[in-house]
Design a protein around this ligand. Structure first.
Ligand SMILES: O=C(O)CCC(=O)C(=O)O
Ligand SMILES: [Fe+2]
Length: 433
């Protein structure tokens, strides 16, 4: 894993030679000494420092991925104008990181930013430079028009929102940080979280899930009714939940201060199945929720590069007692994050904390008994195909990577066959009773 704090600081300094040491120090502290996260935080904060005077819409200096790509294109320029060897070696390694990311995304042996400093030799060319812009969306109609989301303010009765916030602040004392592998490093989530299950599925759930407190149950019913009412006006895909959407699990997150965050991701589909609906309730401090399109809609798209380019980031301020409904295909074609911020307004009950509760429907058809197991005995993850000719399909692969860090398990999801198999299993179970 990574070196000491001091070593990591030195590496960051080499990576950002023009940065003020104080800024790098802060970024490293906020990321608990993780270089990868510290680089992201530094870039994010630097961008904000640079954009201090610009409002609403501005061209964004993108985060880590784009930073690497920018370095790449600078490299191409620099090759024309100067041949300064150390600079070149550094850029070549940045190329390697991009290539590793593209070729080897399932392996946990990916390069990491520390390897930037080891100066390997082989150059690889990546041509395209993607510029991103951030568009702040405040009005509900703009959010619905530009993103696969609906925002509803003041969704719960005021007293219920406040008492649920108070209960969750108390609950958050036992929330934990998730850990996982990123670029071969063990990373810890920059916020705390906890899973909850409604009473009806408590028996099927894992031991560490907690039951919905009564206020969460009340909030769930209100949110469920709103979503189902809205859903009547929408086209329902044949593979999403049929009939009413009925959330039975919730992931609760706590962001203790302005720097706690969640990085770009889409929510796991393994137990939700294709085209999930996610109802995301915000309580406490207002934070920016950002969305970015990654995938393309149809497999026969003519201009892939243009459609896949994640060029616009939509930023939505999520206020206390607001509901953001993420409609399909938000988890298939988009990613979202809650970014660290320089300043936030204190909330009268929560102080600088934000609580988020995402209500989801666990579908029995996608329960553990229906989920393939990889060659190493791990439960596989269900993932959508983002682009290429198989866009719109889903597959299972191993997330853990197996004992050697490599597992090549792969299985397409056949949704119709799954329905059939699940129907048969249910019939057998009722016969046995
Ligand atoms: O805090 C939020 O608004 C988003 C949380 C989230 O994306 C998640 O729990 O998957
Ligand atoms: Fe999420």
């Amino acid at each position: 894993m990574s070196g000491t704090f001091e070593e990591n600081l030195q590496q960051l300094k080499q990576l950002f030679p023009d940065a003020k040491e104080q800024n790098l120090l802060v970024a490293l502290k906020l990321s608990n000494g993780q270089i990868e996260n510290a680089s992201n935080i530094y870039l994010e904060q630097n961008e904000r420092r640079n954009n201090k005077n610009k409002n609403f819409t501005y061209l964004k200096q993108p985060k880590l991925d784009s930073f690497i790509k920018k370095k790449q294109s600078e490299n191409e320029d620099s090759e024309k104008i100067d041949n300064y060897p150390s600079k070149k070696r550094k850029f070549n390694e940045l190329d390697k990181i991009i290539a590793n990311k593209q070729n080897n995304s399932s392996s946990n042996k990916l390069s990491n930013l520390q390897e930037v400093l080891k100066w390997p030799l082989k150059p690889l060319m990546v041509k395209k430079r993607i510029q991103t812009q951030t568009l702040y969306l405040y009005r509900q109609e703009d959010i619905s028009a530009r993103t696969p989301c609906t925002l509803i303010d003041n969704v719960l009765p005021k007293e219920l929102a406040n008492s649920l916030l108070q209960i969750m602040l108390k609950e958050s004392e036992i929330f934990t940080r998730k850990q996982g592998f990123l670029f071969g490093n063990l990373v810890t989530s920059p916020h705390t979280s906890q899973y909850y299950v409604s009473n009806e599925i408590k028996t099927k759930s894992s031991n560490n899930a907690r039951c919905f407190p009564p206020e969460m149950e009340r909030a769930k019913t209100i949110i469920m009714n709103i979503v189902n009412e809205q859903r009547k006006k929408r086209k329902i895909n044949e593979y999403e939940v049929q009939g009413d959407w009925s959330p039975n699990i919730a992931a609760a997150n706590c962001y203790a201060n302005s720097k706690e965050a969640v990085n770009w991701h889409s929510d796991r589909l393994t137990h939700l199945g294709p085209f999930p609906i996610i109802g995301s309730l915000s309580l406490g401090v207002t934070r920016q929720f950002r969305l970015r399109r990654f995938g393309i809609e149809e497999s026969n798209s003519t201009n892939l590069s243009q459609k896949t380019s994640p060029s616009t980031i939509y930023s939505i301020p999520l206020k206390h007692n607001s509901l953001l409904i993420m409609w399909p295909p938000c988890q298939e074609l988009w990613k979202h994050e809650v970014c660290p911020q320089n300043s936030i307004d204190k909330h009268p009950i929560a102080g600088f904390k934000r609580i988020n509760i995402t209500f989801r429907q666990f579908r029995d058809e996608y329960g553990s008994e229906m989920t393939p197991i990889c060659h190493h005995g791990e439960l596989c993850m269900l993932k959508p195909v983002f682009n290429g000719r198989n866009v719109g399909r889903y597959f299972y692969s191993c997330n853990a990577g197996g004992p050697e860090g490599k597992c090549d398990f792969f299985e397409w999801l056949n949704i119709d066959k799954r329905k059939e198999e699940f129907g048969k299993l249910r019939m057998l179970e009722t016969k046995d009773k």
